[in-house]
Ligand binder design. Structure first.
Ligand code: AMP
Length: 272
């Protein structure tokens, strides 16, 4: 695996590969890689000639008081994970943006609810960094995880609306053996907090196993199972539009965000 730090060098290298007819695949991450990230690399690997994993903790998507300064890092472990998945290039810029950069990419509608309501500006930060990564890496395909279900929907919409011409693939949410959705932020959890964190998956699973068509019933069931310090949201929405539903009469998704200790956890599940 080669590691490239300089954005201009990255763009120049990828331009040459593109000119040589190579298909570039991109998996954007913030590092501290786990099996969830690795599943996205494994998905992309057979679909491209040159696989790039970007590792960048993007300040634009963090709000005041969030964990930008303390976000976990493990460059050696990340390099080993990428090597094991057959990654060709790790793109790890110290700084990704131009000086005095002033362009933001905003996807409206999809970003107002769910995590967008609790984290103002977060999705503008995500779409802006992803647009810049797309410009630098010039991939044919890019892979994102269903762990961040709303993020995946927002990126698909950006790519459609701006005719970006990159194929977006979604990878399934990967869980630890105890059921907790894998996340770099799980490193913040003490063992008792982790136990309480398992209630997110337990609640979602009960909601997906319920046969009630009533959203109110399933939300009540989920809330009765959650053991968290505070609930940012628990919602059942249309899988595509992310609009809240009253009755489950189409493909739907249950999504949750909650705080345990100082840690914000998210999880989601498909509903039949
Ligand atoms: P992050 O490093 O948290 O920004 O995540 C980078 C990418 O990995 C995003 O597309 C996430 O949705 C995806 N990802 C993170 N955790 C998981 C997981 N447990 N299962 C599947 N994908 C994941």
């Amino acid at each position: 695996v080669q590691t490239v730090h300089d954005p201009a060098a990255m763009q120049a290298q990828m331009r040459l590969r593109l000119a040589a007819g190579e298909r570039i695949g991109l998996v954007p991450t913030m590092g501290f890689l786990h099996l969830g990230h690795r599943s996205l690399m494994a998905l992309a690997r057979p679909l491209c000639d040159h696989l790039v994993v970007s590792i960048y903790v993007n300040p634009l998507q963090f709000g005041p008081g969030e964990d930008l300064e303390t976000y976990p890092k493990d460059p050696a472990g990340d390099a080993a994970a990428c090597a094991a998945e057959g990654v060709d290039t790790i793109f790890m810029p110290a700084d990704l943006y131009e000086q005095n950069h002033c362009t933001r990419v905003t996807v409206s509608g999809l970003t107002e609810g769910l995590c967008g309501a609790d984290r103002p500006g977060h999705f503008d930060g995500v779409t802006t960094v992803v647009a810049r990564l797309f410009g630098l890496v010039q991939p044919s395909i890019a892979v994102f995880g269903e762990k961040d279900y709303q993020q995946l929907a927002v990126i698909r919409r950006m790519v459609r609306d701006l005719a970006v011409g990159i194929e977006i693939l979604g990878g399934p949410l990967i869980r630890d053996t105890d059921g907790l959705a894998m996340s770099s932020r799980n490193a913040y959890l003490s063992p008792p907090d982790r136990q309480r964190g398992l209630s997110l998956h337990r609640a979602l699973r009960a909601m997906s196993e319920s046969t009630s068509q009533s959203v109110a019933d399933r939300l009540g069931l989920g809330r009765s199972i959650l053991t968290v310090d505070s609930l940012d949201y628990l919602q059942i929405v249309d899988s595509e539009s992310l609009r809240p539903l009253d009755i489950i009469d189409r493909p739907a998704r249950a999504l949750v965000a909650a705080r345990i200790g100082g840690t914000r956890l998210i999880d989601n599940i498909g509903l039949s």
